[in-house]
Design a protein around this ligand. Structure first.
Ligand SMILES: [Zn+2]
Length: 315
C-alpha cells in the first residue's frame, strides 16, 4: 500500500532536521503509525497546526522505504484548541495520549475500540464535559481494561467475598452494575448511558457524536460479572474491610490482604467503580479523592510497566 488514507489523533511529535517533524498518529484503521510531516515547522506550512498533539485529522500517507510521509492532513476535530487553553484539560490530555501511546506498543496494529475510547475522551475534555482529572483517570482505567487489565472491584481477588456493598451506595455500582455494564445486559444501565453521557465518554450510547459507540469496555463488564458470586450466601462485608492491591489486580478482604495492599478510604471504591463505568453522576459532583488518583496512577504504572509521566506531574 504505497498510499493510504485514514483518520487519526496525533499522540506526539518530534523534531526532524531543520523543518520537519515525525508525527505519531493513532489511526482508526491502521493503529499507531509514524510518519514524517515535511516542512511542518515552517511558518507557512501547508499543514498549519493540523498535526499538533490532540488534533484529529484525516490524513493521506505515503508509505516510504524507511519512513512514511504525510502528504495531506485535514482537521476533523480541533480538540487541541480548547484543550491547550485549560491547564487541567491539557494535563489530562497529556495523560491520555501518553497512555494510548504506551498501550499501542506496536505500530500498524488496528485497535478500533481503543481508538473510539481515545477520541471520546479527548472530545469530552475539549467540551469541558466533566472534570478533566476524572476524564483522564477514567480513560486510563478503561484503556487498560480494554487491553485486558481490569481491576476487580466487586469481590476479594483471593476468596471471592463481595466487598464494599455499603448501605445506600447506590444501585449503579453494586449488584446491578455487574449486569448493567454490559451493553446487552440490564436495561437500566444502558439507558443511563444513553441519557447521561452525551456521546462522549462512558456508557454505551453515543447519540451526539457519530462514530463514538460502546466504549463501555466489555472486558470490564465480564470481569465484574465474573466476580459476582452466584451464591447468595456470601455475606457482604462493610466497606471498611476493603483493601486494594495493584499487583493482585483489585480488591482484597481484611483476611486475605497482602502487605502492599492499601486499605480503601471511604468513597474511594465508589469512585474507582465510577471511573471504570464512566458513571458521571457519581464523578461530576465531587473531586476525586487523593487515594483514588494514586491507585489509578499505580495501576497505570504497573500494567504499562513504567510510570505515566504526565500523571507523575500531578503530585
Ligand atoms: Zn478474601
Amino acid at each position: 500500500m504505497p498510499l493510504y488514507r485514514d483518520e487519526g489523533v496525533v499522540l506526539r511529535t518530534a523534531k526532524l532536521g531543520e523543518a520537519d517533524r515525525i508525527v505519531w498518529l493513532f489511526t482508526r484503521g491502521h493503529g499507531k503509525v509514524r510518519a514524517v510531516a515535511k516542512g511542518v515547522r515552517r511558518a507557512r506550512s501547508r499543514f498549519g497546526a493540523r498535526l499538533e498533539p490532540f488534533m484529529r485529522a484525516d490524513v493521506l500517507i505515503n508509505t516510504g522505504r524507511s519512513l512514511d510521509v504525510v502528504s495531506q492532513a485535514e482537521t476533523i476535530a480541533a480538540y487541541a484548541d480548547r484543550i491547550v487553553a485549560d491547564y487541567a484539560a491539557y494535563t489530562a490530555a497529556s495523560v491520555i495520549v501518553e497512555t494510548a501511546d504506551r498501550i499501542m506498543a506496536a505500530e500498524r496494529e488496528p485497535a478500533p475500540d481503543q481508538y473510539r475510547l481515545l477520541i471520546a475522551a479527548l472530545a469530552a475534555l475539549a467540551r469541558g464535559a466533566h472534570r478533566p482529572e476524572a476524564v483522564g483517570d477514567s480513560y486510563v482505567l478503561r484503556a487498560l481494561a480494554l487491553a485486558g487489565w481490569s481491576p476487580r472491584l466487586v469481590s476479594c481477588v483471593v476468596c471471592g467475598r463481595v466487598l464494599g456493598v455499603a448501605a445506600g451506595a447506590g444501585a449503579a455500582t453494586d449488584g446491578p452494575a455487574g449486569d448493567g455494564l454490559e451493553s446487552g445486559g440490564a436495561g437500566e444501565r444502558a439507558d443511563q448511558g444513553m441519557l447521561d453521557l452525551p456521546g462522549d465518554f462512558g456508557g454505551s450510547g453515543a447519540p451526539r457524536v457519530p462514530g463514538v459507540v460502546g466504549v463501555a469496555a466489555a472486558p470490564v463488564a465480564s470481569t465484574i460479572s465474573d466476580a459476582l458470586p452466584s451464591s447468595p450466601s456470601s455475606a457482604p462485608s462493610p466497606l471498611a474491610d476493603a483493601y486494594f492491591s495493584v499487583p493482585a489486580g483489585g480488591l482484597m478482604c481484611a483476611v486475605d490482604h497482602t502487605p502492599e495492599s492499601r486499605r480503601l478510604q471511604s468513597g474511594v471504591l465508589d469512585q474507582l467503580r465510577a471511573l471504570v463505568d464512566g458513571d458521571w453522576d457519581v464523578l461530576d459532583p465531587a473531586e476525586l479523592d487523593a487515594q483514588t488518583r494514586h491507585i489509578v496512577e499505580e495501576w497505570g504504572a504497573y500494567y504499562l510497566e513504567r510510570p505515566i509521566r504526565s500523571l507523575r506531574l500531578l503530585d
